[in-house]
Design a protein around this ligand. Structure first.
Ligand code: NAD
Length: 265
């Protein structure tokens, strides 16, 4: 299937590994030039080399920055320069806030979560959608979480900040830009086998004094598919939503969780 992304420019945040990397890989395979952003320079450069090797002729630019800060976002525009700054596709993504008890969180923790998981994507949308609308094509995908649909109590910071983004997107996706070929959707991961998931599982295993593989297996059994998702299949969904075929999917929350969410809707 021709995704219609050949020669377009994408910004993919949090893309040196995990779900963001999966998205960047599928966009590159579709012929899209990509600017990838992540915090640490070394894994970022390794990711750039791997992506570059996938598709000769496609440009891959890495920017080591924290996308949750204004300075970090500006670094993307400064480093990318030229046509790359007219992004046709933007995938917003950053690390999730830490788990905990809401009684322990103060204003500082809340503001950090809101900065990372609500305001950073909103700022990236603000910088890009009018240009997309003027050119008649644009796709924004926000990587949020299955916790938006089925909140997890210890992830209160994530539940709150990401729900704020979800409400904002529901409005802006249906604004004037919708008639100009721009779509904004949220992609909600359930449990995907990434470094983050492995770290969470290692923490849970330590707490329960159990082998990590036993804890992971227990978790797999809670998913109807009886397995974790892979960054590769997440990336394929993202690339389809960015494609020319997905122009009528807008303002949606698309859950990829192996059937874990139990509701009818
Ligand atoms: P990961 O730790 O495997 O990868 C995260 C990537 O984002 C890395 O490249 C890292 O450098 C980059 N990154 C993190 N914070 C950044 C920042 N402030 N600025 C720039 N780059 C940054 O994580 P993942 O599993 O791919 O998760 C991606 C997102 O999806 C997270 O927000 C996570 O909370 C959410 N999520 C993941 C799962 C899962 O099962 N993996 C489930 C639900 C939600």
């Amino acid at each position: 299937m021709d995704l219609g992304l050949n020669g377009k420019w994408a910004l993919v945040c949090g893309a040196s590994k995990g779900l963001g990397y999966g998205c960047a890989a599928h966009l590159v395979q579709a012929g899209c030039h990509v600017v990838i952003a992540a915090r640490s320079a070394q894994p970022l450069q390794e990711a750039v080399a791997k992506l570059q090797a996938m598709k000769p002729g496609v440009q891959v630019i890495g920017v080591a920055c924290d996308v949750t800060t204004e300075a970090g976002r500006q670094a993307i525009w400064d480093a990318a320069g030229g046509p790359g700054t007219d992004f046709d596709v933007v995938v917003t993504n950053a690390g999730g806030p830490p788990p905990g008890d809401f009684r322990d969180w103060g204003r500082e923790q809340w503001l950090a979560a809101i900065d990372a998981n609500m305001l950073a994507p909103i700022e990236l949308i603000k910088r890009t959608v009018d240009g997309m609308a003027a050119r008649g094509f644009g796709r924004v995908i926000n990587i949020t979480s299955g916790a938006v649909k089925a909140p997890i109590d210890i992830l209160g910071l994530s539940n709150g900040a990401r729900s704020g983004l979800t409400g904002f997107v529901a409005g802006v996706a249906r604004s004037g830009i919708a008639a100009k070929g721009v779509t904004i959707n949220n992609l909600l991961p359930g449990a995907f086998e990434t470094d983050r998931l492995k770290q969470t599982m290692a923490g849970a295993a330590k707490k329960a004094d159990k082998p990590v593989e036993a804890v992971m297996d227990q978790r797999r059994q809670t998913i109807p598919a009886k397995r974790f998702g892979t960054p590769d299949e997440f990336g394929a969904i993202c690339a389809f939503l960015c494609s020319q075929h997905a122009g009528f999917i807008n303002g949606q929350n698309i859950l990829a969780d192996g059937g874990a969410y139990g509701g009818t809707f």
